[in-house]
Design a protein around this ligand. Sequence first.
Ligand SMILES: [Zn+2]
Length: 222
Amino acid sequence: MLPDILGIAKKHNLILNHNTLNKKEVQCKCPFCEEDQKPGKQKRFYLSLNTDRQVFRCWFCDEKGGVFRFISLLERKSEDEVIAEFRKQKKSGYNQHPAERLSLSQLRLIGFSQKPNWGELRKQNLTRYKNQLNWFWTEWNQFLNEERKLAYATFFIGTITGKNQQSVDTIKAREREIGASLLNEAVKVYSSKVRPKWAKDKERLALEICNINNPSIVGGQK
Ligand SMILES: [Zn+2]
């Protein structure tokens, strides 16, 4: 059986059109061209996921293919690599904890200098293996949380100063540095009806900062 394309989309935090969630064709924002994330296109969802055949297609940029190609694009790996990993996982019947997939450079970002040999550790001491995984995963998520807040502030500043492209480029560069998605989450928070308190705090701060530099910009927001 093929990997579930909708599960993959969820795992990568793609923005789904909730009205289509129980349908055969699920719509979501296209992470490849990001055309439907542009201002004024909040209601558009160009990427279509076929949950029967596990294929995808973007109606704007025409990126398309099967679920393995989908994963390879999202995780920036070759399709062969994705298929090999899938086969390996299927054979061992063992599902990797996401913390095990953190790279050494990601671990360094959260203050660890080495990547444990997870397979060995699991064999030697199951409790320690689990504790360590949870510890790493908690640290990573705390780090990612802060990164996402920062990305949101950057995105918001882009919208109020009219420098959207610049802020998007900054966020994308950071995504490449840390190997995790930030832009989708920022757009998701920005387009949600009820924004969390931290987002409002960041907005207030951004407005204050921009107000000092250029009062005319913020004038229009009130
Ligand atoms: Zn597209």
